[in-house]
Design a binder for this molecule. Structure first.
Ligand code: FE2
Length: 225
């Protein structure tokens, strides 16, 4: 049985790593973003009573959340200014493209929800579907907070990085509108206790990806069902 788990683990992370590598070749400006979002989402997920299946979906989905940007044309993805309405429509399609990509591969399918729903908002003003509140899968809400915080606190072509303190305050400010309050509470607790004095996550580089060993235990439980 253990060999089966290791095989699946290996298959999942080999496929995920190859896809993220391809994304970061296309978009080196956001190098490391996928891994940092994975790390933050994993930390936040550990603060909730998630099933093993949800934990797997959250961590894998966080790693692959922006994979659909592979399909976004360069003049939109790298525009160093605000997007026009039409350009924003193109950019928004990355969640559908990403969902289509992970749906093609059996070992990636469990990670669909964070990929598809990480730009939904609990007030219903997000995309792609504009779903609200409890309609949004909880693991996607965790991914949303992790993604937004990392995006705000690292340099982008359209905006310089904010300080971690500013990023934290921005997350708090949008609790109850963009973000799920209980996730924001967990994020604030994690940030104050573990992140603030240890910014190793923000230093993460392309070569740092989860090892099979790192997730063997939780994935083994999930895959053994
Ligand atoms: Fe995204």
């Amino acid at each position: 049985m253990l060999e089966k788990y290791l095989h699946f683990e290996s298959e999942f992370y080999s496929a995920a790593k190859a896809l993220i590598y391809a994304l970061e070749i296309k978009d080196p400006y956001t190098s490391g973003h996928s891994y940092r979002v994975y790390k933050i989402a994993k930390e936040l997920g550990s603060m909730f009573e998630l099933s093993d299946a949800d934990r797997f979906a959250l961590e894998g989905g966080a790693l692959l959340h922006d994979i659909g940007k592979i399909g976004i044309r360069d003049d939109v993805l790298f525009k160093p200014a605000s997007l026009s309405a039409d350009e924003f429509k193109v950019m928004k399609s990355h969640v559908i493209l990403g969902a289509n990509i992970v749906s093609q591969v059996d070992c990636l399918k469990p990670c669909l929800e964070p990929v598809l729903f990480h730009h939904e908002r609990i007030d219903g003003k997000g995309y792609p579907h504009g779903i609200a509140g409890s309609e949004i899968p909880f693991i996607a809400k965790i991914c949303t907070v992790a993604d937004s915080y990392d995006a705000m606190t690292t340099n982008r072509v359209y905006m310089p990085a904010r300080t971690p303190e500013d990023g934290m305050e921005e997350v708090l400010r949008h609790s109850g509108t963009q973000f799920e309050p209980v996730v924001v509470e967990a994020f604030a607790e994690w940030w104050h206790k573990k992140y603030r004095d240890n910014d190793s996550i923000i230093q993460s580089q392309l070569t740092q990806y989860p090892t099979i060993e790192e997730h063997k235990e939780s994935k083994a439980k999930f895959l053994g069902r």
